[in-house]
Design a protein around this ligand. Structure first.
Ligand SMILES: *Cc1c(COP(=O)(O)O)cnc(C)c1O
Length: 431
């Protein structure tokens, strides 16, 4: 049986939960830092290498500050993500603004912060120009269409809404140059949660070829290619972690073959990994409230799909450990459920686990990315706290849990008191 080592014991968790009641997500700072360093080491051959952490994975400014201290920037795609980066002290070209279907106010903020804007659509060129002018540095997002396969979460490139077509890349870059842009990059993001290391090598290779073609046809020397994120993590017991050193070495080889002896050298390689940076180092900790025996045995947690949407949304697998029963036989079969009035609110279906009792602490693995961040309030569920396990062993709260007051903050109950169920017709009519 596959076992995953937790960075805390049951006793640790019981003590933590006395101060910070369950459910909560807890992130392992030491492991996040070690992982960040591994990525940088794999690409240390490329002096301009930069990882822009995809904020949507874990939009917490404490995590961003930790990653900044390791040398990461951020990849943002909305106004709040831009503001969050700014609050964490990440500004200017430390930010990659990779959004799509972008409203004008977001381009304005990105421009104000001096971030690198990565355009998703050729029609965004005049839109950006009108909104806030064309910046000196600009990137364009390439969608290779039929030339590449996609992934389950992302879909096939040809079917999805992102990026420029191949022809649009050439006409887009030449328009941008004509409008005053001076420094250029290209970007692509076509697969998500991909575990095949060669996929990323192929993607880098594809962008190297495109960069060479751009130089030849347009006489534009790109400054960077951005192979974005999408590195998968081993959610399932049999999954293998992507070997970053292998990916780094293989891309290095392609670089030396194709780029090193051309005018494109030195060309910087950028990434925007989210999931693989924090995903495996976060845990959702929850307590067993009920055990229900009907046609199946349902273990009812105090967490629900609002705390972790992936299993319900994608049927995603998350490993589960029952704290203190790490070495027990997995000789029971359970559905592990939350309390939403939705049948899909299940963290595990027909899972082999040790015998579970009411009051047990259940640890759901790999919630460090797209966990808390995908949370929602449907069914009146409140979002949980986020905790940080520091390298010293100290545990701090980096986001408190929501209260009922937070949930009601957008409602005006005084107005409700004066609200007549039949319109009084005093105000000017709009319709
Ligand atoms: C989501 C996203 C990423 C990060 O993807 P991961 O799968 O978390 O590595 C990077 N770039 C863009 C534009 C994204 O939308």
């Amino acid at each position: 049986m596959h076992k995953r080592q937790l960075p805390f014991t049951k006793e640790n968790l019981e003590r933590i939960s006395e101060i910070f009641p369950t459910p909560f997500h807890i992130y392992d700072e030491k492991a996040i830092r070690a992982n960040a360093r591994e990525l940088l080491k794999a690409f240390s051959w490329n002096p301009g290498f930069k990882e822009y952490f995809a904020v949507k994975a874990t939009p917490n400014p404490f995590i961003l500050k930790i990653l900044k201290s390791e040398g990461f920037g951020t990849d943002c795609s909305s106004l709040p993500e831009l503001i969050l980066s700014e609050k964490a002290g990440i500004t200017g070209e430390e930010i990659m603004f990779s959004s799509n279907d972008t409203p004008a106010y977001e381009f304005k903020k990105a421009r104000e912060l001096g971030s690198v804007i990565n355009l998703d659509d050729i029609n965004h060129i005049p839109f950006l120009e009108k909104t806030c002018g064309i910046p000196e540095v600009i990137s364009v997002r390439y969608n290779p269409g039929k030339l590449r396969d996609g992934s389950f979460i992302m879909g096939n490139p040809e079917d999805v809404k992102y990026g420029f077509t191949r022809e649009q890349i050439f006409s887009g870059l030449s328009q941008l140059r004509q409008k005053g842009a001076k420094r250029f990059g290209i970007h692509t993001f076509i697969a998500s949660n991909e575990l095949n290391p060669d996929y990323f090598v192929d993607t880098a290779n594809m962008l190297f070829d495109l960069a060479l073609e751009i130089m030849e046809k347009l006489d534009i020397r790109l400054e960077f290619v951005n192979i974005s994120g999408g590195i998968g993590i081993p959610y399932k017991p049999d999954d293998k972690k992507v070997d970053l050193m292998y990916v780094g070495d293989q891309i290095h080889k392609r670089y030396d073959e194709k780029i090193k002896d051309t005018l494109l050298h030195p060309l910087s390689l950028f990434m925007e990994c989210g999931r693989s940076i924090t995903g495996p180092y976060g845990y959702l900790v929850s307590r067993v409230l009920h055990k229900k025996e009907i046609y199946k045995t349902h273990i009812g947690l105090d967490a629900c799909m609002a705390n972790l949407m992936r299993p319900g949304m994608y049927g995603a697998y998350h490993n589960i450990t029952v704290a203190g029963k790490e070495n027990h036989e997995h000789d029971h079969i359970y559905d592990v459920t939350g309390s939403l009035c939705e049948s899909i609110d299940r963290f595990a279906v027909d899972r082999e686990l040790p015998e579970i009792e009411i009051g047990d602490l259940v640890v759901i693995h790999d919630t460090g990315a797209h966990g808390h961040s995908m949370g929602f309030n449907y069914n009146g569920k409140l979002r949980s706290a986020e905790l940080l396990l520091r390298e010293s062993g100290e545990v701090i709260e980096i986001r408190r849990s929501e209260t009922v007051e937070d949930y009601f903050a957008t409602l005006d109950f005084d107005k409700l008191k004066g609200f007549h169920t039949k319109s009084q017709g005093h105000k000017e009519k709009i319709i």
